[in-house]
Design a protein. Structure first.
Length: 112
C-alpha cells in the first residue's frame, strides 16, 4: 500500500479486521495509551515536554488532534510502508497486533 495518497489512512482502516478485538476494551485508556506511552510519548519524541515536530502523543485530546491533523503520517508511519517517515523513529516496527489496536481504535471512533 502506498502512503502517498491524500488520505491513505482510509485504506488501512477499511482493510482492518477489527472483529478480533472487543470494542469496549479497545479504548484510548485501556489499549492505545500504553502503546503510545511505550513507543511514542517519551523524550525526545512526542511527549508534552519535547513535542517533536509539534506532535504530542501523551494524552487523549492531543492524540486525537494528531490523528486528525496528520492523517497521512499517522497510520503510514506506524505501518512503515513508505511515503512518510517510519515510526517509531529509528526503531523496529511496532508489532502488527498493536498497530491493529490503534487502527481499529481510529476506525471505531477513537473512544477515550
Amino acid at each position: 500500500m502506498s502512503c502517498k495518497k491524500p488520505n491513505p489512512n482510509s485504506d488501512y482502516i477499511s482493510k482492518a479486521d477489527c472483529s478480533v478485538l472487543i470494542d469496549s476494551l479497545n479504548t484510548y485508556n485501556i489499549s492505545v495509551k500504553p502503546i503510545f506511552d511505550h513507543y511514542c510519548a517519551y523524550s525526545p519524541c512526542h511527549n508534552t515536554a519535547t513535542a517533536k515536530h509539534k506532535v504530542i502523543l501523551d494524552n487523549f485530546s492531543d492524540v486525537v488532534a494528531a490523528v486528525n491533523k496528520y492523517p497521512t503520517r499517522f497510520l503510514c508511519g506506524i505501518n512503515q510502508d513508505g511515503g512518510t517517515k517510519p515510526m517509531p523513529n529509528k526503531l523496529p516496527k511496532i508489532a502488527d497486533s498493536l498497530v491493529l489496536k490503534i487502527t481499529c481504535w481510529i476506525k471505531t471512533g477513537m473512544q477515550e
